[in-house]
Design a protein around this ligand. Structure first.
Ligand SMILES: [Zn+2]
Length: 245
């Protein structure tokens, strides 16, 4: 599929990535609300697929083109989240991306047909192919490469859903700069399970059992891990990090 065609639709895939709930009200900061709004506008503009690998500079340019330029305060907020120490709100994961402005060339990623997601060329695509051979048509890639801008959107959504509470938000999603999705990890699920792929229900599926029993997967965040991240049996570790299971 040509990349230009990929940027067309956006509603096709988003539902299967995260449990999408609307903010429940309460004390969500105006910066969070306006950032969520602007990031969503840019995602609609560039398309769901391309947004996964959009760089920060492209975000700024596209937002301006959409007449929704990011304010100084919004950029300062993003920088404080990206470069700040997330341990102060209970997230103890490792930094994976040193610079907010990181660019991942298109030649370094592979689009996985019909999924809405990219994988990093090399170890990630090899691991995915291995898993795909074992599971076959029941396997779905639910999330692949996410650069800091995409991770920022997911994180800001969680903050909004958590009524502005960074501690609650970072328990279920890593802040931008701290996700292994930026460097190769990916999420998998069982076809037809939809949003339940992001719950412990996934662990009860034959897909998970086959992979686990076969020793094909190493879980990045095991139950009761010390990093303050929820247990994620759907997350496939590809590179780096110091936790194996
Ligand atoms: Zn993941």
């Amino acid at each position: 599929m040509a990349l230009s065609a990929l940027s067309a639709g956006s509603a096709l895939w988003g539902n299967f990535e995260e449990i999408d709930t609307m903010p429940t009200g309460g004390s969500v900061d105006t910066i969070v609300t306006s950032l969520l709004n602007k990031l969503t506008i840019v995602q609609n503009q560039v398309g769901y697929v391309q947004f996964n690998i959009l760089s920060f500079d492209e975000l700024l340019k596209t937002a301006s083109r959409c007449k929704k330029p990011l304010t100084k305060e919004e950029i300062a907020f993003i920088e404080s989240i990206f470069y700040g120490d997330p341990r102060k709100y209970g997230f103890f994961g490792e930094r994976t991306v040193p610079q907010l402005t990181v660019v991942t060339p298109k030649k370094d990623v592979v689009y996985v047909d019909k999924t809405g997601h990219f994988l990093m060329k090399g170890a990630a695509t090899e691991k995915y192919a291995q898993i795909k051979r074992l599971i076959g048509k029941d396997l779905v890639l639910t999330s692949g490469v996410r650069l800091p801008v995409k991770q920022l959107l997911l994180f800001v959504k969680k903050i909004a859903n958590a009524g502005g509470d960074l501690r609650v938000a970072s328990n279920s999603i890593a802040p931008p700069g701290f996700t292994f999705h930026s460097v190769g990890d990916f999420d998998i699920g069982k076809v037809g399970l939809g949003q339940y792929n992001f719950t412990e229900k996934f662990q009860e599926t034959d897909v998970f059992k086959k992979l686990h029993d076969g020793g094909y997967i190493a879980i990045r965040y095991t139950a009761n891990n010390i990093f303050g991240v929820r247990y994620e049996p759907w997350h496939i570790k590809v590179t780096g990090g110091f936790e194996t299971a």
